[in-house]
Design a protein around this ligand. Structure first.
Ligand code: AMP
Length: 249
């Protein structure tokens, strides 16, 4: 089985995000970027499937600016086999990404597409679901356990109030949740090896996909600063404040 893993370049999760002074978006200049943490989990799972003999090839794909190649290289250093960059300077919405991924799926014909459940920059949680809709494939979202066997893929989904076990017909889409695994660090020899792994380049036009935005961002603002806390001298005073001032009990 071939596994396709779409990965996104985002602001490093350890960096404090700053809003641009003109409120048109967040500052990306001179900011450390990294692979979206949920995409790292998807790459790790694909590698574990290959190590277990359930996958033969792992193909990474990313859509974005030319520097997104670095994100592909870090996944190749973890253990993926090759990469695909769909290069565009356009700000991509989930529907545009899903259409690009559909075109790649039609070329590559994977048995499984493993995505992150969400990208931590836009917090959309839409791309996997839209891709499944466009392809008319089965989907397991928010997956915390994955097993493959005789033409089907069994997953455990994290749903409100519990865990749901679902069997998917292959080919399928899976979006991964935090508890699925802990991604490995790339070793230095593997980082060196990754430099030689192939990356194919396309543009959205090559794939016949229009990516013009349909949504206009009107304004991005910082969340309001939190008020300073107060010390209370007794439990009774705390209860009184929760009741009278915060009005939460
Ligand atoms: P989102 O729907 O934007 O929250 O993203 C969910 C998942 O879709 C991510 O974890 C990636 O696996 C995939 N994805 C989103 N944007 C891109 C992109 N520009 N290139 C490749 N994969 C992406």
């Amino acid at each position: 089985m071939k596994v396709l893993v779409p990965v996104k370049r985002v602001i490093d999760a350890n960096i404090k995000v700053r809003v641009k002074s003109d409120q048109s978006g967040v500052e990306l200049n001179n900011v450390k970027m990294a692979m979206n943490p949920f995409c790292e989990i998807a790459v790790e799972e694909a590698i574990r499937l290959k190590e277990a003999g359930a996958a033969e090839e792992i193909v990474l794909v990313t859509a974005g600016i030319r520097q997104s190649q670095e994100t592909l290289r870090s996944g190749l250093a973890m253990g993926a086999d090759r990469g695909i960059l769909i290069e565009t300077d356009e700000a991509l919405e989930p529907l545009a990404v899903a259409k690009l991924l559909k075109a790649v799926v039609e070329r590559e014909e994977p048995g499984l597409v493993l995505l992150g459940k969400q990208a931590i920059d836009g917090d959309n949680n839409q791309t996997g679901q839209m891709l499944a809709g466009l392809l008319n494939w089965s989907i397991g979202s928010f997956v915390s356990k994955l097993e493959t066997g005789d033409g089907s893929i069994s997953v455990v989904r994290e749903v409100d109030g519990g865990l749901e076990k679902v069997r998917l017909k292959s080919p399928a889409i899976v979006t991964v949740d935090l508890r699925l695994n802990e991604p490995r660090y790339a070793s230095l020899p593997n980082i060196m090896k990754a430099k030689k792994k192939p990356i194919d380049m396309f543009t959205p036009e090559d794939l016949g996909v229009g990516v013009a935005p349909r949504v206009t961002v009107l304004k991005v603002v910082e969340p309001p600063a939190r008020d300073a806390g107060v010390k209370v001298s007794s439990a009774a005073e705390l209860v009184e404040k929760l009741r009278q001032e915060a009005k939460v009990i």
